[in-house]
Design a protein around this ligand. Structure first.
Ligand code: PGA
Ligand code: ZN
Length: 427
């Protein structure tokens, strides 16, 4: 089934920033759409998001060059190719780009086409995307990791740590995770309102963080869990995304909220102590993306019972994941399509992670769209976990809701292992 045309244009993400949307059309007239998200606390090793930098338009944020690259060079190369050859198409774009980080054509240009190709192929076969992308027998519904408080780069640095999230470890079904989250999210909102500290929402829909220490937020999450009628540590656990690269100056880690600085060893000790004192089951980017010795130390001190996820550390990049596995620097990998820039490389990163006995966590970005590709990706690859931000705002809810739709379509073929997935990495 040949690709007949490719059309890219500029639309806007959940922060109102320009992004690329591409439509791929096939010879049977099937159309597939790809929409690209965008990060704020991006890792330095990510594939390059091409923005025009022309301050006279969209404050430099327009993506017209990326769009032109799709409509000219990429379209010229891919027209006539077989839409079912996702790997061949993605490989052709990587080759055409010719750089190591997709900086010539732009990872946003390439990814929009890659996603559109996958959607068009699934459409042409008249199967849902999760089924098209899957080479598995069964399907796992993911355990959600859902933000309650948003901070760091997503809340104008009102707090140091980026995400305070919950994982409904006691839930028996996907639906139950969302019911538990609903109850806790709104209990948290009620408490903030009572205290006169309700200041609206941060970028990913979690509450704006009005607290004087990071520990106070941890206590607050426990209070919200309890107030909603759940038991912290059994029904529901805490998860953090420290996004520590943003706190690190190459030598020390810094909390601005309470004016503290830490060496690598001191920061490892602090995080380890938090894992002992609070029901924390998962920590993302506890250390900076250059501080490999810190990563190895935190894994040794907390990795036996805490999921240690590399986001900025790995940037969904096979070579960096391999380095992490060799060094025993983590036990899980955050997976973001636009960090690496093609669907094929993303799926490869997930499979590689699984083969090593680690856990992948499929993730959205802080700048998101009305697209639910990643919900399908999580189910298709049996990733087991999904991180999409909070339980509010439609660019988040569309992803949680899509899993409900997929669950209904799958019927008996859906399985929900929930927190049992952690048996693979805890010892
Ligand atoms: P980002 O944040 O999309 O701004 O990078 C998400 C994350 O750090 O996980
Ligand atoms: Zn992160």
């Amino acid at each position: 089934m040949r690709i007949t045309s490719i059309d890219a244009y500029q639309i806007y993400d959940s922060r109102g920033n320009p992004t690329v949307e591409t439509v791929v059309t096939l010879e049977d007239n099937t159309r597939g759409i790809g929409i690209v998200p965008s990060g704020a606390s991006t890792g330095q090793f990510e594939a390059l998001e091409l923005r025009d930098g022309d301050l006279s338009r969209f404050r430099g944020n327009s993506v017209f060059r990326a769009i032109k690259n799709v409509n000219t060079e990429i379209a010229g190369r891919l027209r006539g190719m077989d839409v079912f050859d996702q790997a061949g198409i993605d490989g052709a774009m990587v080759e055409l780009d010719g750089t190591g980080n997709k900086s010539r054509l732009g990872a946003n240009a390439i990814l929009s086409v890659s996603m559109a190709v996958a959607n068009a192929a699934a459409g042409s076969r008249q199967v849902p995307l999760y089924q098209y992308l899957s080479d598995n027998e069964g399907y796992l519904l993911p355990l959600p990791e859902i933000q309650i408080i948003g901070g760091g780069a997503h809340a104008n640095w009102r707090t140091d740590i980026q995400d305070f999230l919950i994982i409904a470890t006691g839930a028996q079904t996907y639906g139950e995770t969302l019911e538990i989250t609903h109850n806790i999210y709104h209990a948290a909102g009620d408490i903030l309102k009572e205290r006169g500290k309700y200041y609206g929402l941060a970028d990913e829909g979690g509450y704006w963080p009005e607290f004087s220490t990071n520990e106070a937020i941890l206590e607050f999450i426990i209070e919200a869990i309890t107030q909603a009628g759940y038991s912290p540590g059994t029904d529901v656990c805490i998860s953090l995304d420290i996004a520590a690269s943003d706190l690190y100056d190459g030598k020390t880690y810094r909390f601005n909220l309470d004016n503290r600085t830490f060496t690598t060893d001191e920061f490892v000790d602090l995080i380890t102590e938090w894992c002992r004192s609070y029901p924390i089951i998962s920590i993302e980017d506890p250390m900076a993306d250059t501080d490999w010795s810190g990563w190895k130390k935190i894994c040794r001190s907390a990795g036996h019972k805490t999921q240690i996820i590399g986001d900025d550390l790995f940037t969904t990049n096979l070579k960096r994941i391999q380095q992490g596995i060799d060094q025993k620097a983590a036990n899980a990998v955050l997976i973001k399509l636009n960090q690496i820039g093609t669907v094929s490389e993303t799926i490869e990163a997930i499979k590689f992670t699984q083969k090593a006995g680690w856990l992948p966590v499929v993730s959205a970005r802080s700048g998101e769209t009305e697209d639910a590709f990643i919900s399908h990706l999580a189910v298709a690859t049996n990733a087991g976990q999904l991180k999409v931000g909070s339980f509010a705002r439609s660019e988040r809810m569309v992803k949680w809701n899509e899993v409900i739709r997929i669950e209904r379509q799958l019927g008996d073929r859906a399985r929900f292992p929930g927190a049992k997935i952690y048996d693979k990495i805890f010892f």
